[in-house]
Design a protein around this ligand. Structure first.
Ligand SMILES: [Zn+2]
Ligand SMILES: [Zn+2]
Ligand SMILES: [Zn+2]
Length: 168
């Protein structure tokens, strides 16, 4: 369990910018409200199945792929089909709660990003391991590039692909 003690009163500002400082920790249960509002705007309901998936996603403080995620749920005795996980994750992605980390053409990992600090990834193409890193220098450089080109950045994805020390 994550311990995000800080409470930010008022509305959740989910419009992330490139700057890591702009992403404030928000109370954990807010993700439920974010998802509910998002679904409502589309005439969809936060069904029990969607709720179960949402809860499970937020219990994972790491990267996961759909099969592994589905298996874990089944082991816990949660009855959610693989198909509904496939349908729900893009919705969570669209409302900014989850990010998809594409490792190869066919493989992708997911991670929840709500209330988490911004980070980038190192992806091993042999074993599929995903490592996180955060470099203030790289972040600053990216902001500088955008500033120089008068480009208003909203988000960025930086992924370095290669082989980890176990696979090299
Ligand atoms: Zn970054
Ligand atoms: Zn590896
Ligand atoms: Zn990550």
């Amino acid at each position: 369990m994550r311990k995000t003690k800080r409470r930010e009163g008022g509305k959740t500002d989910n419009r992330g910018t490139a700057g890591p400082s702009s992403r404030r920790p928000v109370p954990e249960t807010d993700y439920e409200a974010v998802f509910r509002d998002f679904l409502q705007a589309r005439g969809l309901k936060l069904t029990r199945e969607r709720m179960v998936i949402l809860e499970e996603v937020f219990k994972h403080d790491d990267h996961f792929d759909i099969d592994e995620f589905h298996m874990k749920m089944r082991k816990k005795g949660l009855k959610v089909s693989r198909a509904s996980i496939y349908r729900t994750l893009p919705l969570l992605q669209e409302c900014g709660l989850v990010d998809e980390v594409k490792t190869t053409e066919r493989q992708a990992f997911y991670e929840h990003i709500h209330g988490r600090r911004h980070h980038d990834h190192l992806v091993c193409l042999s074993c599929g391991k995903v490592m996180e890193f955060y470099s203030p220098a790289i972040e600053r450089l990216q902001e500088e590039i955008c500033r120089r080109r008068r480009f208003k950045s909203l988000r960025h994805v930086l992924e370095i692909q290669g082989h980890c020390k176990d696979c090299a």
